[in-house]
Design a protein around this ligand. Structure first.
Ligand code: SF4
Length: 118
């Protein structure tokens, strides 16, 4: 099977062509102009992850929500579960940038961090 994707590891955005076998193992990567592109293609085909950025509701703050992000990328297949937890959370003000608002969300080993004050 052949998959085509754009490498997003840098702004150049090389178009990658990835050859996979029937077990979804990567046989070859073409189109990358550096090693990072090859690693990106392998990760994207075997364990795709994403940084999650969103907001959490705040009780008693200046604003009703505070922006947050994950402390590291989350497996793509767990994004929906994480968003459900975040959407059901209400944190108490004051919130400081860098505060850990949710520890180990959905047992992913990833924390949810405030990216601003409230
Ligand atoms: S393959 Fe290398 S040069 Fe091309 S987009 Fe990815 S990181 Fe950038």
């Amino acid at each position: 099977m052949i998959k085509e994707m754009v490498c997003v590891s840098c702004p150049i955005g090389c178009m990658l062509t990835v050859e996979l076998n029937e077990k979804n193992e990567v046989l070859s990567v073409k189109g990358n102009t550096c090693k990072r592109g090859e690693q990106y293609a392998v990760d994207e085909c075997t364990n795709p992850v994403r940084m999650l950025t969103t907001t959490i509701k705040v009780s008693g703050g200046k604003l009703p929500v505070v922006p947050v992000k994950t402390s590291k990328p989350v497996p793509k297949g767990r994004m929906f579960d994480c968003m459900q937890v975040i959407n059901n959370e209400i944190v108490d003000a004051p919130v400081k940038m860098g505060d850990v608002l949710i520890c180990n969300i959905c047992d992913t080993g990833v924390d949810i961090i405030a990216t601003n004050d409230d």
